[in-house]
Design a protein around this ligand. Structure first.
Ligand SMILES: [Zn+2]
Length: 160
C-alpha cells in the first residue's frame, strides 16, 4: 500500500473516531475568487482568478512583507491563478514571467506533492515576488540560478 493511501485511511479513521484534528483550520482551506481586476497601492494587479487560498489583501500583504524583507521596492507584478495542466507546465507551484511581469499560481491540486492551502499560496507567491523584485532592480541574472541569498532569506518557496 502506498504512503498516500495509508495517510488517507489514517485521516478518515481520525475523523470517524474523534472529529479530525488534522485539518481543522477552516480558514486555511477557504477558497476565494475575483471576477474583476484588483490593483493595490504598490501597483500589484490580480487578474480574475479562482481557487485562491488567500484573499487579495493577503497577496498584497505578502508583497509588502517581501519588499520589507529584501530592503528593496518595485512596482508590483500581475498575479493570476490558473491551471498549469491546461498550460502544459506540469505540477509546478508557480511561475514568473519577467517580460510580462506576471506571476502565475498553479490551481491544480491532483499533481501536487503537498496539499495546497493558504501556507503554500503565500510561500509560492513570496518566492516569485523575490524573482520579480530582483528583476525590477536589475538583478534578474542572479535570481535566475537561485543563487541570490535574498531568495533564501525572503522567498525560499514552498516548504515540504
Ligand atoms: Zn524560482
Amino acid at each position: 500500500m502506498s504512503c498516500i493511501s495509508k495517510n488517507i485511511i489514517a485521516i478518515s479513521m481520525c475523523a470517524i473516531l474523534h472529529g479530525c484534528a488534522v485539518d481543522n483550520d477552516k480558514r486555511a482551506g477557504t477558497k476565494y475568487s475575483t471576477d474583476q481586476v484588483l490593483i493595490d497601492e504598490y501597483g500589484l494587479a490580480l487578474k480574475p482568478s479562482k481557487d485562491m487560498y488567500i484573499e487579495f489583501e493577503g497577496i498584497s500583504k505578502a508583497y509588502a512583507d517581501t519588499m520589507a524583507c529584501m530592503g528593496m521596492i518595485a512596482t508590483g507584478p500581475t498575479v493570476e491563478y490558473k491551471s498549469f495542466s491546461f498550460a502544459g507546465l506540469g505540477g509546478a507551484w508557480a511561475f514568473y514571467h519577467p517580460v510580462e511581469s506576471t506571476i502565475w499560481i498553479n490551481t491544480d491540486e491532483d499533481d501536487m506533492v503537498l496539499k495546497r492551502g493558504s501556507r503554500t499560496d503565500i510561500e509560492a507567491l513570496k518566492h516569485e515576488f523575490v524573482h520579480h523584485i530582483l528583476h525590477k532592480n536589475g538583478a534578474s541574472e542572479e535570481s535566475r540560478g537561485h543563487s541570490s541569498p535574498l531568495l533564501i532569506k525572503c522567498g525560499l518557496g514552498v516548504k515540504p
